[in-house]
Design a protein around this ligand. Structure first.
Ligand code: SGN
Ligand code: CA
Length: 521
């Protein structure tokens, strides 16, 4: 600009100085990205559900922003992580499912682009993309899903090292240690703190074993959903009554009892030291005894399992909330908070008994939605709720934008920076694309893709089924009434189908071609 508007003498110097300052200030923002596994907004008090309290997460939301319409592109760990790292939908980044994919670490990723922009990058915790991480100056990951108790970590020398302690505390210790002692303090940094918690099978920190034991959680209204008019929903294997393993998930282990996942359960709790194991067993013994004595069946059993599930999950959230508080305190103490974007999100949402379920995968609200709250650097004006529809492919362009780095053309997400500045862009996206691929696989959620607008959702289940579903989210927020094919909805369906084709064309998802090809053969 100095060339366009020539200035002389002091004015020129002053303008140059303020320019460099601004540039440097813009470059200095750090990014602390905290992503948990399977943490859903229903279990965060800042989202208005007071099933449990999450005071430290609420601190982020109260001082910063809370996205009320935040979604993933494919509700599963590996795919979600790949979307986040690349800013692209699953078909474009190549990691469509947890079971058959290996992440191509040679492709363009946001951490690599941040490095090019002068950032130090680090990743601690769950990775889950099979190939080893690329684009990080420092990383330490858990193998696959990781363990809750005395977990193993893989370091950059590819050595596996067991650490003593509870996973959520360890990941936080290691992250703080990197920020405090290991990084180059002359550079801005971006750290990815990827928790294993609150993934199945929800093993609590021992000090919280007794927490929430007096609490009775209310059953969701659609806990006894019969899936009428929704054959794909009926075919799933993630029902609390039918599919939750009484030993592995609900911890009702006894020598004379066998379940499919008993051995796995025993290997997990077998990682505890003998002293800790005593504490653990002493807590569960009376519950186990009481359970097999009462031997509940049917609805009684379903509700008993639901209560145990809710309590275990809540205990694991408690440790997570504590540890987010530790990171915030650390940043504050070191004077970093004003200059750092702190993001808290999850790899997807989760069912807490809605439709009778645990797990995720479906394009229905509970699992397509993911929590997203941010503590903003002090120059950013936004505060409180941000209602615009955002997706996890937006994180990469947002971080690049914040770093002052160019956003490559092939990134499919959009920068959230205007929203963080408090702007209300008139041309913000009006629809979201979703595509889930992992079938046949655990939990048996059929392949599907679809479009979500502010009011409606259209889903197509395909592969071994050909079923459409349409929901009016305003009239039916819990998605119980499939309106597809119902009189009166022809125009809405037609419009949504056109929107779907538009998105598939824009993102270049080849699914329609593939389906046509299949029909011919
Ligand atoms: C494991 C779990 C599943 C879960 C997947 C994917 N089973 O396989 O319940 O859906 O992870 O979760 S378990 O018996 O191993 O606990 S994801 O979040 O990593 O995608
Ligand atoms: Ca997950």
């Amino acid at each position: 600009s100095a060339f366009l508007y020539p200035l002389t003498g002091m004015a020129a110097l002053a303008s140059l100085a303020s320019c460099t300052e601004e540039k440097e200030a813009a470059k200095q923002y750090n990014i602390v990205y905290i992503m948990t596994d399977d943490h859903t907004a229903q279990m965060m008090s800042c989202y208005g559900n007071h099933l449990i309290e999450t005071p430290n997460l609420d601190r982020i939301a109260n001082d910063g922003v809370i996205f009320t319409n935040s979604f993933v592109a494919n509700s599963l760990s590996g795919p979600s992580r790949a979307c986040m790292l690349t800013g692209k939908h699953s078909h474009a980044n190549g990691f469509t499912d947890n079971t058959t994919c290996v992440f191509d670490g040679s492709q363009q990723t946001m951490p690599k682009l941040l490095q090019q922009a002068g950032y130090q990058t680090a990743l601690i915790g769950k990775w889950h993309l099979i190939s080893l991480p690329t684009g990080f100056d420092h990383w330490e990951i858990v193998p696959e899903q990781g363990d809750y108790y005395n977990p193993d970590f893989i370091n950059m020398d590819n050595d596996t090292i067991r650490k003593e302690g509870y996973i959520t505390n360890l990941i936080t210790d290691m992250s703080i240690d990197w920020m405090e002692n290991q990084r180059d303090k002359n550079k801005p940094f971006c750290i990815f703190i990827h928790h294993k918690a609150i993934h199945r099978n929800w093993l609590p920190e021992l000090k919280y074993l007794s927490l929430y034991e007096d609490k009775t959680f209310p059953l969701p209204d659609n806990f006894y959903d019969d899936y009428e008019g929704r054959p794909a929903a009926a075919a799933q294997e993630m029902n609390i009554l039918k599919d939750m393993d009484i030993i592995y998930d609900n911890k009702m282990d006894r020598a004379d009892k066998e379940t499919p996942l008993k051995e796995r359960y025993e290997s997990y709790v077998g990682r505890l030291s003998p002293e800790d194991r005593k504490v653990y067993d002493a807590f569960y013994e009376p519950i186990i005894e009481d359970f097999y004595k009462k031997n509940p069946k049917g609805k009684e059993l379903a509700e008993w399992k639901y209560q145990r599930y809710m309590r275990d999950y809540s205990k694991v959230v408690k440790s997570l909330d504590d540890n987010v508080g530790r990171v915030l305190d650390y940043l504050k103490e070191k004077g970093l908070l004003d200059n750092t974007l702190v993001v808290y999100t999850s790899d997807q949402g989760f069912y807490m008994g809605e439709h009778g379920w645990f797990d995720k995968r479906f394009m229905y609200e509970e699992s397509m939605h993911t929590p997203l709250i941010m503590h903003l650097p002090k120059d950013f004006k936004a505060k409180g709720e941000i209602p615009q529809m955002v997706q996890n492919i937006d994180y990469a362009p947002t971080f690049l934008d914040l770093a002052g780095a160019p956003i490559p053309e092939d990134i499919q997400g959009v920068s959230l920076l205007p929203l963080l500045k408090g702007e209300k862009p008139a041309d913000w996206r009006k629809s979201l694309y979703y595509h889930f691929y992992e079938f046949p696989a655990e939990h048996m959620v059929k392949r599907h893709y679809g479009v979500r607008t502010e009011r409606y959702k259209l889903i197509h289940f395909y592969n071994d089924i050909d079923e459409w579903e349409l929901y009016d989210l305003q009239e039916d927020p819990t998605e119980m009434h499939n309106l597809y094919g119902k009189p009166g909805y022809e125009k809405i369906t037609e419009d949504l189908k056109a929107e779907l084709v538009k998105l598939q064309t824009q993102y270049q998802d080849p699914i329609e071609e593939k389906l046509k090809q299949q029909q011919k053969n």
